[in-house]
Design a binder for this molecule. Structure first.
Ligand code: NAD
Length: 319
């Protein structure tokens, strides 16, 4: 008889990692959570704190400090490890540091025999996800970056606030880089089937002066609005991670905009970028190719080009 356990490992027990673990535990999304951090005391502190929540939940989840040797039979490994940028560092300096941290994590994980799904959260997420894909040698469906999942949630919140509906009734994607160059294919945005363009047209009093470019900028800056006030962002991304993991374990085929390897979709190859992706027990099972206008497609391709430029820089560094 075989009863499978839903085992998730979180590498990086900072705010994002610990908030993700808390979401997994409180929602009962998995049976076992292993916490790993370079700072072992921090990992243990988070584990002990998380364990104290079990008594008041309707289910038990085993929470332990882990090691890379424990990763062989994990189903999902979430990488949220990172080092805050040092003063005066360029984006490439922090990228180099992020890649080096990732290498020190992924190599021992692969030596453990891991054959599950990586979910990459560490920034710059599209570039790190591509790096993990190459380094791990795993099939592309087994490496997922959180991509524009969080940006899309923010975008939906802003649209929902404007028209006073539940954000879950807004269907909109931010796509491309989880960063400044992300774009929104407005021609595909709907509120439960009604084109957002028609919603604007039919509600000129309320929405007549809406500036869609400003909404994209607001989405890009959304993280900074939080970061500048509380010095971090954690709940939104933790919830996005928990949602992705639920979809995988429940084999839901839910579509979430995550960063996945493009192999000709949207005319792009050899790049991880945020696109609506069908997620199930296989991981990133398929990409949904939405039909964009010519202008939208060129904005998407410009964003993919930004990601590719940084991937090339990593290749040049030879890490
Ligand atoms: P944090 O500084 O609070 O935590 C990072 C943790 O990583 C620390 O506990 C640190 O000890 C650990 N760490 C560092 N090097 C390590 C190594 N070699 N091995 C194991 N652990 C190591 O940071 P945070 O706020 O939790 O953010 C974590 C990452 O998530 C950052 O890269 C951040 O930019 C990213 N992030 C991404 C999104 C997204 O949408 N993709 C959203 C928010 C944050």
């Amino acid at each position: 008889m075989k009863i499978s356990k839903r085992k998730v490992v979180i590498v990086g027990c900072g705010l994002v990692g610990s908030s993700t673990a808390f979401s997994l535990v409180t929602q009962g999304i998995c049976d076992e959570v292993l916490m790993i951090d370079i700072n072992k005391e921090k990992a243990l502190g988070e584990v002990l704190d998380l364990r104290d929540s079990i008594q008041y939940l309707s289910h038990n989840v085993k929470v332990k400090v882990g090691t890379y040797a424990d990763c062989g039979d994990a189903d999902i490994i979430v990488i949220t490890a990172g080092a805050p940028p040092k003063k005066g560092e360029t984006r490439l300096d922090s990228l180099e540091m992020g890649v080096k941290i990732c290498k020190s994590i992924v190599e021992p994980i692969m030596s453990s025999g891991f054959d599950g799904i990586f979910i990459i959260v560490s920034n710059p997420v599209d570039i790190i996800a591509h790096y993990v894909y190459k380094l791990s040698g795993l099939p592309k469906n087994q490496v997922i970056g959180t991509g524009t999942a969080l940006d899309s949630a923010r975008l939906k919140n802003y649209i929902a606030e404007m028209v006073n509906v539940d954000p879950r009734s807004v269907h909109a994607y931010s796509m491309g880089e989880h960063g400044d160059s992300q774009m929104v294919p407005w021609s595909t945005v709907t509120i439960e089937g009604k084109q957002f363009y028609d919603v604007i047209q039919d509600n000129k009093g309320l929405l007549g002066d809406v500036d869609l470019n400003e909404l994209v900028k607001k989405t890009v800056k959304g993280g900074w609005e939080i970061y500048n006030r509380k010095g971090t962002t954690c709940y939104g991304i933790a919830s996005a991670c928990a949602g992705i993991i639920t979809t995988i374990f429940q084999d839901e085929n839910k579509i979430i905009p995550v960063s996945t390897l493009l192999e000709g979709e949207y005319g792009e190859k050899e790049v991880f970028a945020g696109v609506p992706t069908i997620l199930n027990r296989k991981g990133a099972a398929d990409v949904l190719e939405i039909h964009m206008t010519e202008n939208e497609l060129s904005s998407f391709k410009a964003s993919a080009a930004v990601i590719k430029k940084y991937i090339e820089k990593i290749n040049e560094l030879g890490i």
